[in-house]
Design a protein around this ligand. Structure first.
Ligand SMILES: *Cc1c(COP(=O)(O)O)cnc(C)c1O
Length: 348
């Protein structure tokens, strides 16, 4: 009775069409890092087939992705040695250049390189300073082996559309780039809030049907439905507790369903009492601690039996954002943490 993740192919295609709606002129780099935000590269063919490029964080991810698609791959962390540079080129990667060592490596390339130059505009993790960016541009433009595909940067606060850093980053970016080279700046939040689109957009979370904001007024459809089954039902008398540490005690006669999913599957151990799960179309509250293999839920108000399906997230009634809020984290972390013990399947 393993937990299951069903990946909706129509939802992925639909969410991609929402990107096209918001950024009709832009090419789409579908972000599929971290095994497609936990959805698994084997189950996201609508993205692999219909995006213009695919974005990953590191070379090992590019290698795995190359088995599944011929589309160009954007390598966000770039390359750290001559050998990696050659591997990346052989995999038809577009290489992000974000630090001065990488400028030097690319400048010595013996074969053609497709590069994206990343400028730091205020995120302050990756990206060239304005000074290094100008040097880089000069060197690369003089080098016939280097093709500059785009200049990029990344918003730090796009999920807070009114944050003053957004305007500042956008302003710095447009000041530094003249539009002669193609540009890329927008993640999901920037696309949906119409902060920026430029020539290439880089949607991630929205492709998986999850809003980067606390509301979903964008008609995104959740791509992953995570479900498990009721393994046992217990009746607790007033005063009896459930689970490790006995942290929850019944204050009246209570029916508890024990469900076959736990933190080893990626269900967050931090989920607080009251986190909803969906059983037979009714929301029921989590009680007691999340353990490695099991969770316990109060089903006193509904009818349910052993073997019934329990939806943890990915339904209209229960989004991964809700579970994230109850667990003091974000949807991204929950999706990326769905573990290999969960069985994955594609569904229409
Ligand atoms: C992950 C990532 C994105 C996508 O972000 P979402 O918030 O998931 O849309 C875009 N750009 C870069 C550089 C990223 O690392």
């Amino acid at each position: 009775m393993r937990a299951q993740a069903s990946i909706s192919q129509s939802a992925l295609a639909h969410n991609l069409s929402i990107v096209k709606h918001y950024a009709p002129q832009a090419k789409i780099v579908a972000m599929v890092k971290a095994n497609a935000y936990g959805h698994r590269l084997n189950h996201i063919s609508p993205l692999l087939e219909n995006a213009d490029l695919l974005g990953v964080s590191e070379l090992s991810e590019a290698q795995e992705l190359r088995q599944k698609t011929n589309k160009p791959i954007l390598l966000l962390s770039g390359i750290f040695s001559n050998a990696e540079m050659q591997q990346a080129a052989a995999l038809n990667c577009h290489i992000v250049v974000h630090n001065p060592n990488q400028i030097a490596l690319i400048s010595q390339a013996k074969q053609a390189q497709n590069v994206w130059i990343k400028i730091n505009t205020g995120m302050n993790r990756l990206g060239l300073s304005a000074e290094n960016y100008h040097k880089c541009l000069e060197q690369f433009q003089a080098n016939p082996l280097v093709k500059i595909t785009a200049i990029m940067s990344h918003f730090a606060c796009a999920d807070e559309p009114n944050h003053p850093l957004n305007a500042k980053q956008l302003d710095d970016f447009t000041t530094l780039t003249d539009g002669k080279n193609k540009r890329s700046m927008a993640n999901s939040a920037a696309i949906l809030s119409k902060l920026a689109t430029f020539d290439f957009v880089r949607p991630g979370i929205m492709l998986y049907g999850v809003s980067p904001f606390s509301n979903n007024t964008y008609q995104l459809k959740p791509a992953m439905q995570l479900s498990a089954k009721i393994l046992a039902i217990q009746t607790l008398e007033k005063g009896q507790s459930v689970g490790y540490g006995g942290t929850w005690t019944a204050n009246q006669k209570t029916t508890i369903a024990t469900i076959g999913i736990g933190y080893a599957d990626g269900y967050p151990r931090g989920a607080q009492r009251g986190t909803p799960v969906l059983i037979n179309n009714a929301l029921c509250p989590l009680v007691g601690r999340v353990s490695m293999d099991l969770i316990t839920v109060d089903i006193s108000k509904i009818t349910a039996k052993i073997g019934d399906k329990v939806i943890l997230w990915g339904d209209e009634k229960i989004s991964v954002n809700t579970v994230a809020k109850f667990s003091n984290t974000i949807s991204y972390e929950l999706l990326a943490a769905v573990s290999s013990r969960v069985s994955f399947k594609s569904c229409p």
